[in-house]
Design a protein around this ligand. Structure first.
Ligand code: UDP
Length: 321
């Protein structure tokens, strides 16, 4: 099978590329390397196993050849990480909206099976435990840039669903909950690789706010297995599906867990949100998925223990030093 992965040099995308190559598929990657890294797929590209097109997914000179012969499309190319969104709001909106529009149009024209990765951010401030795909989204004011990520990804979801309804695009929308694992960089916010690096370098672990905010962390290998299973499940077409490990943890407890697993002497330092992100930042208090729809569609849900994921990230940091 020929598989196209937009954002395939990124953290999740590159693991997806590995998994499809391991299955014997042909893989084409589109990535502008704005946050993706060529090292993530470099060995495959130089060995001729991956066709790599460097550029933006909305550029016809890139996306048209990328679609040639494609039988399955994963659309992952997007602005990534809270820091990135706050620093580059304009290009973040453009990236999220223009790329998705270009990819969905071409996939719809060819009737190509498409999996779009959305985010748990679309729930916004809805802090109900066990968020269901049908639950409300609750956003803050447009003056707070953080919400543009949620709103632009939610708009992409509307676009995918509108295509499904009107052009017959066979699309599944996967809402990923705090995916983490090897190759994830802490440069754009992501808390787990940040804490792992801080602990390994003997620096303080920077907990923002009072650390009582809750998240669920999902191992990237679990996410890849789910995305591939969804792609192979006809009943998932036209669906929005939560993808996450429902085990909840406060950020303060995460810091302690990282310290204890890595045997680190680092202190935990509380930093207020304004210092961390600038004025007027709003954080989400809690984000926990209900994964019953996912289980009913593919028969399993992400379950790798966070302890194991933290060790994998630490091993990756050591091997890339
Ligand atoms: N966070 C933190 N210290 C850091 C980076 C992030 O305490 O060095 C917090 C952040 O404020 C949020 C949580 O960890 O409450 C998860 O942040 P991340 O950027 O990984 O993902 P988000 O859930 O915000 O999309």
């Amino acid at each position: 099978m020929r598989v196209l992965v937009t954002g395939g040099a990124g953290f999740v995308g590159s693991h997806l590329v590995d998994a499809h190559l391991a299955r014997g598929d042909e893989v084409v990657v589109v990535d502008d390397l704005s946050t993706g890294r060529i090292e993530n797929i470099g060995a495959h590209v130089s060995a001729g196993r991956v066709r790599f097109l460097q550029g933006r997914a909305e550029d016809p000179a890139i996306i048209d050849p990328a679609f040639e012969g494609a039988e399955l499309v994963y659309h992952l190319a997007a602005a990534v990480g809270v820091f990135q969104i706050l620093q580059h709001p304009l290009s973040s909106i453009r990236t999220n909206l223009d790329a998705s529009s270009a990819v969905f149009e071409r996939a719809a024209a060819g009737g190509i099976r498409t999996v779009f990765t959305s985010t748990s951010e679309v729930y916004g401030k809805n802090a109900t435990g066990g968020l269901k795909e049908t639950d409300d989204t609750i956003y803050g004011p447009t003056k707070v840039h953080r919400w543009l990520y949620a709103v632009s990804k939610a708009t992409d979801e509307f676009l995918a669903l509108a295509h499904h309804q009107e052009t017959g695009l066979p699309v599944t929308i996967a809402r990923l909950f705090n995916t983490t694992g090897p190759r994830q960089t802490g440069a754009y916010g992501m808390v787990v690789p940040r804490f792992v690096r801080q602990a390994m370098e003997g620096r303080p672990l920077t907990v923002y706010g009072d650390g009582s905010q809750l998240r669920c962390f999902t191992n990237v290998h679990d996410v890849v297995a789910v995305l591939m299973a969804l792609a192979a499940t006809p009943a998932a077409i036209g669906e929005v599906v939560n993808v996450g490990n429902p085990r909840e943890m406060s950020i303060r407890d995460l810091a302690e867990l990282v310290r204890s697993i890595l045997g680190s002497q680092s202190q935990v330092e509380l930093i207020d949100y304004e210092t961390a992100y600038g004025k007027g930042f709003e954080d989400m208090r809690r984000r926990v998925p209900d994964v019953s729809l996912l289980r009913s569609l593919v028969g399993f849900t992400p379950s790798t223990p966070l302890e194991e994921t933290i060790r994998e990230i630490a091993d990756c940091v050591v091997s890339t030093r």
